[in-house]
Design a protein around this ligand. Structure first.
Ligand SMILES: Nc1ncnc2c1ncn2[C@@H]1O[C@H](COP(=O)(O)OP(=O)(O)O)[C@@H](O)[C@H]1O
Ligand SMILES: [Mg+2]
Length: 228
């Protein structure tokens, strides 16, 4: 039986990484084989691409070049890792996928790359493939950013991150994710992430059960693979 592909989307500090981990553990306890992965950087080549995207000088690359790199990463990720795992009946959970590119590149600073271009890149790099379920975690960006930087003790950095332009960017991003989810209600579910980690995990499990029925079905193996 083909496995299922679940993606988590949303802004900074919405709890994606936390909930990916919790869902993976719960599914493993139920007997599923689970692969936890992320974008960008879910493969060896992808890690190199990730380095270009997250460590490079932001001004050296325009939004189109960035979008092309994200889609190169995504294509390799899908071909080398996601599809083979699904063919082996595994549940693949990815921390971000294509919706993040659209939200950041098309909505983050307004229309930086047109939606038509991003949709075309999707068609070329991903084709007809799409997640079986996408969970969009939604929270007031100020709260999300506060969570993200709660551990940072460098006040100057904190102030920088909370400057109004940064906040406007994160507010646009949040709206972008909501619009994307509304456009594909059969794939996407938006969850209110302004609740405790355990409560949110419960909401995630409810959605996974309602949409995919993974908690009533079981298989025999008990294995989790994670990427470094
Ligand atoms: N529901 C929650 N309530 C409070 N803090 C949370 C919650 N979910 C995650 N956190 C904490 O907030 C920070 C960011 O969470 P994380 O899962 O890394 O978010 P993301 O991957 O979406 O950026 C982490 O320190 C995490 O422990
Ligand atoms: Mg994260």
């Amino acid at each position: 039986m083909r496995g299922k592909f679940i993606t988590f989307e949303g802004g900074e500090g919405t709890g994606k990484s936390t909930q990916v981990e919790l869902l993976a553990r719960t599914l493993v306890k139920k007997g599923w084989d689970v692969v936890v992965t992320k974008e960008p950087g879910g493969t060896e080549v992808g890690k190199e691409i990730r380095r270009l995207l997250v460590c490079g000088d932001k001004d050296k690359m325009d939004a189109t070049a960035e979008a092309l790199l994200y889609y190169a990463d995504r294509h390799i990720h899908m071909v080398q890792k996601i599809l083979p795992a699904l063919e082996n009946g595994k549940i693949v959970i990815s921390d971000r996928f294509a919706d993040s590119t659209k939200a950041y590149q098309c909505y983050g600073y307004g229309e930086r790359v047109s939606k038509e271009v991003v949709d075309e890149l999707y068609r070329i790099a991903v084709g007809d493939f799409k997640p079986d379920l996408t969970i969009v975690l939604d929270i007031d960006p100020e709260k999300g950013l506060r969570r993200s930087f709660a551990k940072a003790d460098n006040m100057a950095e904190k102030e920088l991150r909370f400057e109004s332009r940064a906040l406007e960017f994160h507010t646009n991003l949040r709206e972008g994710f909501k619009i994307i989810a509304e456009e594909e209600p059969e794939r996407c579910v938006v969850l209110d992430a302004d609740k405790s980690i355990d409560e949110l995990h419960q909401s995630v499990m409810n959605v996974v059960e309602q949409r995919l029925g993974l908690f009533t079905e079981k298989c025999d193996s008990n294995h989790i693979e994670e990427i470094g």
